[in-house]
Write a protein that binds this ligand. Structure first.
Ligand code: TLP
Length: 346
């Protein structure tokens, strides 16, 4: 039985065209700044985000952590939403690598309240850490792929400017936000001092992320990339996959969003499973399983027996992410598997 793997959009395999682009890539030593394909990718990202420059890095985590390091001093405080990836899934790296403290604030659908954020900014006083950075996430993973609305970003930017704070965007899935809203990457990125983007999620490249910002920021980011051991040599092989992914797999994400919606609506109709359809804005579906009375990992095991692999995100939550390899037929099969599971446990 073929397994439909919906655990993450990081699971995609490079297709034949991507592999050919990788094999044909012109390469050089990127630590010397001499890899033409990496340089081309960085130039392309700088253009797409409207920033001075960009830097290719190993992962989304590295992109975020380098950015935090480049914007802060040890002892500073970074504000983010409490379900943010940088706070929950990056191994405590802000404390470990930058020596900063994260101040998580409750948000709604991943969006911070501007007044509450303002209240959280520390006054200048020797007792307090110095608030230095606001980090937002778009789309917001743990909230189910929700989009941070442009108007809210603009309000936050105004607040940041007023208080002399930097803004970083974890844009691992900004591609999805852009396709879903029709708002360009550049329009979103304009309001941030730094933006990270991933090639290895919905875009389907095997490895790689990027940070973009002004010359001075990228210069510092470059220093930290080296310090983190992220200087890669003939990395053009990977950059070629990223360029191919932007060219071929960006616009098609609308398909993933449509499929996530179909899945969410069908599962939400089934006894025991609840999906907040308001959160289903891109390619992520989060199912609340608490009404079933069965732990999410047990439900995930039952689904796997039926050929559908999902992620038990918590004891009462299952996450599914649509991507490049998920077809309409897979969506039908997944819905059937959920129906059977719902019958067997209710
Ligand atoms: N997210 C992964 C897991 O870590 C949860 C996933 O499967 O979704 N920012 C955001 C918003 C992310 O979702 C992720 C990866 C990252 C950063 C980190 O990217 P990588 O895995 O390349 O370090």
């Amino acid at each position: 039985m073929e397994i439909i793997d919906l655990r993450s959009d990081t699971l995609t395999q490079p297709d034949e065209g991507m592999r050919q682009a990788m094999a044909a890539a012109e390469v050089g030593d990127d630590v010397f700044g001499e890899d033409p394909t990496v340089n081309l990718l960085q130039k392309k990202i700088a253009e797409l985000t409207g920033k001075d420059a960009a830097l290719f890095v190993c992962s989304g985590t590295m992109a975020n952590q380098i950015s935090i390091n480049a914007h802060t001093q040890p002892g500073d405080e970074v504000i983010c939403e409490e379900r943010a990836h940088i706070f929950n899934y990056e191994a405590g790296a802000p404390a470990m690598l930058s020596g900063v403290q994260v101040r998580p604030l409750p948000g709604k659908y991943g969006v911070l309240d501007v007044t509450e954020t303002e209240e959280a900014i520390r006054p200048s006083n020797h007792h307090f850490p110095q608030t230095r950075l606001i980090a937002l996430e778009n789309t917001h993973n743990r909230w189910g792929g929700t989009i941070y609305p442009l108007d809210e970003i603009k309000k936050m930017r105004k607040l940041a400017k007023k208080n002399d704070l930097k803004m970083h965007l974890d844009g691992a899935r900004l591609w999805n936000a852009s396709v879903a809203t029709g708002i360009s990457l550049k329009e979103f990125a304009k309001h941030f001092d730094s933006v990270s983007l991933c090639f290895s999620k919905g875009l389907g490249a095997p490895i790689g992320s990027v940070v973009a910002g002004d010359e001075e920021f990228i210069d510092r980011a470059h220093y930290y990339r080296k310090a983190y051991g992220g200087g890669m040599r003939q990395a053009g092989i990977l950059a070629a996959a990223a360029l191919y992914a932007i060219e071929n797999n960006f616009e098609r994400m609308a398909e993933d969003h449509r499929r996530a919606r179909v899945l969410a609506e069908a599962i939400n109709e089934m006894p025991g499973f609840v999906v907040n359809l308001l959160t289903v804005q891109t390619n992520i579906v989060i199912i609340d399983t608490s009404l079933t009375g069965h732990p999410a990992p047990e439900i995930a095991d039952k689904l796997l027996e039926l050929g559908v692999r999902v992620l038990a995100f918590a004891q009462t939550r299952i996450r599914m992410v649509t991507h490049l390899h998920i077809t309409d037929k897979d969506i039908d099969r997944t819905i059937e598997a959920f129906k059977k599971t719902s019958h067997s446990i209710n």
